[in-house]
Ligand binder design. Structure first.
Ligand code: ADP
Ligand code: MG
Length: 269
């Protein structure tokens, strides 16, 4: 369906020396300006970012640095003031409302800080809801929904409503829901922000496990340093710009240095 605005016919275009077909997300010069009276708030001020298929990328930065705006722009929830976003080679800024809705439903999974489950629906109904929009019949939905709930360790909570679940369990349901339509990318905005330390660690581990098990690309906003070990890369954002990008090797060296200096085990960071 969504094929009119691909980055190139054969998908062989080189982006910064990388074959575009190996990239799940490309952000080029993305700006998002808000006009507040006479003031211009530059929530994003020229973001360039590429995320490879299967990669787990953390977006780190202080409060107000633009992480949620980036989540919204990459997820097709907000149009950038300027610049382009490609998801799976499709330039989403050029999609009409119907194609954009299709892409959001089929290609992107969303995880929010506040879980955003529908309160009157059970865990299973929440997980299967996006499958209705994707056209799956009831039998297939329930089977797949139960499989996903099992993957997040909640098969025995399928009939529970969100108020009958703990915060960590609600976020597990939200993670299962984000995988409902086998997305190309899962976007998470501060998924551990409303959880205690231990539960937050469990949620991060679950997201890493899902990333490995399903090979899905993950972009996760956080200012939680616990996530440092989980990421393939960390993109540091400041004042709406990328201030630096660290790879897993940089991160390991740093974690090693910290471990050497303080004796703190890397997995405790
Ligand atoms: P973060 O998620 O890193 O805390 P945000 O993306 O929420 O940062 O916000 C980045 C900047 O943009 C902040 O200065 C914020 O006040 C501003 N901002 C975000 N959304 C809006 C909006 N809808 N209208 C005006 N300003 C906004
Ligand atoms: Mg935010």
């Amino acid at each position: 369906m969504v094929n009119a605005v691909e980055i190139s016919g054969g998908g062989a275009a080189l982006v910064g020396g990388t074959d575009a077909s190996s990239l799940a997300v490309i952000v080029r010069g993305a700006k998002k300006y808000y006009h507040m009276g006479s003031e211009v708030v530059k929530a994003l001020d020229g973001i360039d970012l590429e995320i490879k298929r299967g990669e787990y990328v953390s977006i780190m930065g202080p409060s107000g640095s633009g992480k949620t705006t980036l989540f919204n722009v990459v997820g097709g929830l907000t149009k950038p003031t300027d610049g382009q976003v490609f998801i799976d080679k499709t330039d989403i800024s050029r999609l009409g409302p119907a194609d954009l809705a299709w892409l959001r439903c089929r290609k992107i999974g969303y995880i929010f800080q506040t879980f955003n489950l529908i309160p009157i629906m059970t865990a299973l109904q929440n997980v299967t809801l996006p499958m209705i929009f994707a056209g799956l019949d009831r039998g297939a939905r329930e089977e797949k929904g139960m499989e996903l709930l099992k993957l997040v360790g909640l098969e025995n909570r399928a009939r529970h409503k969100p108020t009958e679940l703990s915060g960590g369990q609600q976020q597990r349901v939200a993670i299962a829901r984000s995988f409902a339509n086998d997305p190309a990318i899962v976007l998470a905005d501060e998924p551990t922000g409303n959880l205690d330390l231990k539960t937050g660690m469990e949620i991060i581990k679950l997201m890493v496990d899902m990333n490995k098990a399903k090979g899905v690309t993950i972009m996760c906003n956080t200012h939680d340093l616990k996530i440092i070990n989980a990421s393939d890369r960390i993109v540091w954002v400041r004042d709406g710009r990328v201030s630096r990008i660290e790879t897993k090797d940089d991160i390991n060296i740093k974690v090693g240095e910290m471990t050497d200096r303080s004796g703190v085990a890397a997995e405790n960071l």
